[in-house]
Design a protein around this ligand. Structure first.
Ligand SMILES: [Zn+2]
Length: 252
């Protein structure tokens, strides 16, 4: 009888599919760093410093809420090229790539949050923004090359679009439900040729989490309560997206 149980156990284990739930891997890219300060904002706020703070909070939230494995392209005030950033998504086997940025405008009244995925630019403003964010890239990175790379990336485009909508929707819902007084403007999901999103080989988005040139938004971004809501909103979006695509991943 005992022998029969052992045989049954061996048959059971032998017959099990060798599939397990691999960890969900997220690579977070805090924009700019080192000699590249990014945008300069209200009362000397520097984009590179604020995105690093936000990225670390987002990482903690994603680890906590999704049990995801999170890597950073940079975790200190370090200069990286845009290609080093997107290559890190490949090296870490990322399921998702998030590039974290803050916006700036000559018009200090402009504020709001927007999410980008890689495709030809939605409008002139998006094109201008991509040109600014692409400054840390190769010196001669012409539009044709960018379009070609974007086309190669096309397989990820639909997934990146879904990811962008999942994050933008949940993030804005979160901010406006939990902090209605902040009245954060939904600048929606847009597209542009951001070099940092080219070649990641996984769905990726670039988040512009507010205008540091706007007094109200810059002040909010300094508060821990607002930073927390941003982190929770992004984690909500990622959870929604993961449920959309969820299927067992194989370790083999
Ligand atoms: Zn930036």
């Amino acid at each position: 009888m005992k022998k029969c149980l052992w045989v049954a156990l061996i048959i059971f284990l032998w017959g099990r599919p060798l599939v397990s739930q691999a960890p969900f891997v997220v690579v977070i890219d805090p924009g700019h760093g080192g000699r590249d300060t990014g945008a300069m904002g209200y009362q000397g706020m520097r984009e590179k410093d604020m995105v690093l703070i936000l990225s670390k909070m987002i990482a903690r939230q994603i680890q906590k809420d999704l049990g995801a494995k999170v890597y950073f392209t940079r975790s200190s005030d370090q200069y990286l090229t845009l290609d080093q950033r997107n290559q890190s998504a490949i090296q870490k086997g990322a399921d998702i790539f998030l590039s974290i940025h803050l916006n700036a405008s000559k018009n200090k009244d402009v504020y709001g949050v927007e999410t980008y995925y890689l495709d030809v630019a939605t409008d002139e403003a998006s094109q201008r923004l991509a040109m600014i964010e692409n400054r840390a890239g190769r010196v001669k990175y012409d539009t044709t090359e960018a379009v070609l790379s974007a086309m190669i990336q096309q397989a990820s485009t639909v997934a990146s679009r879904d990811l962008a909508h999942a994050i933008q929707d949940r993030l804005l819902k979160r901010l406006n439900n939990k902090m209605p007084e902040s009245d954060i403007k939904n600048l929606k999901v847009k597209t542009a040729l951001f070099q940092v999103l080219v070649g990641t080989k996984c769905p990726g988005v670039l988040l512009e989490l507010g205008f540091i040139t706007n007094k109200k938004e810059a002040k909010l971004l300094r508060t821990q309560s607002y930073q927390t809501q941003i982190a929770v909103g992004i984690a909500d979006g990622l959870r929604f997206y993961r449920n959309l695509i969820d299927r067992p991943r194989t370790n083999l």
